[in-house]
Design a protein. Structure first.
Length: 153
């Protein structure tokens, strides 16, 4: 049985791992599928900062970066929905692990988001990952995911 406070998702992306990796680590490419601003330093100890919706600011630090294969970074909220998000899920309080597996026709992206504080937070993050992984799959394959319905600005 899966741990209840962990989000596990997979998505097949019609692009090679190097392309998908770039869409996870290059600020300009990140903004094609998520966020209004991004500042990422994809090396161990480097900053992960993404204003996801225009009012939800995620912050963490990269702990593992294996180019084109794996990313792991801490994650939490500096601000969420205009409120201080640090109370329930402060920056660095959870862990996101992303593995990129080369397969025929593209890449299997396997995501694990652990360390979530409660079932409600876990469910909302799972909903967010479903939304954004779908947008990533379209963008990395060369498509336009269209306007982000989660974006507020």
């Amino acid at each position: 049985m899966a741990e209840p406070l962990v989000v596990r998702r997979e998505v097949q992306i019609a692009a090679p791992p190097a392309t998908v990796f770039a869409f996870l680590t290059d600020p300009e490419k990140i903004l094609r599928w998520m966020g209004t601003e991004a500042d990422v330093e994809p090396h161990a100890g480097g900053l992960y900062l993404v204003n996801v919706s225009g009012k939800d600011i995620a912050r963490g630090r990269f702990i593992e970066v294996i180019p084109v294969h794996r990313l792991a970074y801490t994650f939490g909220w500096d601000q969420m929905d205009g409120k201080d998000g640090r109370k329930e899920m402060p920056p660095g309080s959870s862990l996101i692990e992303i593995d990129l597996i080369e397969e025929a026709g593209g890449t299997l992206l396997r995501l694990t988001h652990s360390g979530l504080p409660d079932a409600e937070t876990c469910a909302s993050h799972e909903e967010g990952w479903i939304h954004y992984m779908g947008r990533l799959a379209v963008a990395a394959a060369g498509g336009d995911p269209g306007p982000d319905r989660h974006r507020t600005t």
